[in-house]
Design a protein around this ligand. Structure first.
Ligand code: 5RP
Length: 248
């Protein structure tokens, strides 16, 4: 009976969720330990993996008395920084960041990312673009050969609210697939970003030249930003199922 119970636990979704959480933590701790030093200005990403990075950062700031200034990428990141009592700033005061650390929804072989599962892609891209080094942390489920293999929800595109229909049509006419307005979990209305915009999730049908697609989508009037991060990530830390950390 014990064996069948253990079998059940091993095969259950609950077990893989626990594994994924542990993997997020491994990646986050490794990235913070390898890239954060005293007197740095740090961009803090958004999502569930970054929570572990901020935990570790706060621990090191306390223990090693580090002087670290954090620039958040979202309301969530801002809350995390404040809850840990760390120094917070913005791009007005600190437009040059030493490092930005953030999660991702999918990472391909060339370190092209899909981001924006949490809807914070615009500020995340701005902050990453201001950093000398952009470091990504993720669990093993985000590791992919080609975008779309792992993350099935498509590429998030932040749009000005009045433009969501024309932008959706323009994307699908040119690149196929479908671009769907992201709704709140309650279904009571669309998700509204920290910038008061909407999100379209573009479910593409096949691989594209992501650099060209990113540029083309950004040219559509009403598009604020895409969740395609091309040529930005310097290094990605994946927490693996076996407890190791894979660095790409
Ligand atoms: C939010 C993001 C997140 O970084 C991305 O969705 C990964 O989130 P998580 O760490 O929860 O898997 O881009 O806009």
């Amino acid at each position: 009976r014990l064996r069948s119970f253990l079998q059940h636990v091993l095969e259950s979704r609950c077990y893989s969720t626990v594994m994924a959480e542990e993997a997020k933590k491994l990646a986050a701790y490794a990235a913070v330990d390898n890239h954060i030093q005293n007197n740095q200005v740090l961009g803090v990403g958004s999502g569930s993996t970054i929570v572990y990075a901020v935990d570790r950062l706060a621990e090191r700031v306390r223990q090693e008395k580090l002087n670290i200034v954090c620039v958040p990428t979202s309301f969530q990141a801002r809350q995390l920084i404040l809850q840990h009592g760390m120094s917070i700033s913005d791009l007005d005061r600190h437009p040059d960041l030493d490092v930005a650390i953030d999660g991702a929804d999918e990472v391909d072989d060339t370190l092209t990312l899909i981001k924006g599962g949490g809807g914070c892609l615009t500020q995340e891209k701005i902050v990453a673009g201001c950093a000398k080094r952009f470091i990504v942390i993720a669990d093993y489920r985000k590791d992919s050969k080609a975008l779309g293999q792992q993350w099935k929800k498509g590429v998030p595109v932040e749009v000005v609210p009045m433009a969501y229909v024309p932008v959706s049509r323009a994307i699908t006419r040119r690149f196929g697939g479908e671009a769907v307005l992201r709704m709140a979990v309650s279904k009571a209305g669309p998700v509204v970003t920290d910038n008061s915009n909407f999100i379209l999730d573009w479910k593409f049908e096949h691989a594209h030249n992501w650099k060209e697609v990113n540029t083309a989508i950004k040219m559509i009037p009403g598009v604020v930003e895409t969740g395609l991060f091309v040529g930005m990530a310097e290094r990605v830390y994946f927490g693996m199922e076996d407890g190791s950390v894979k660095v790409r």
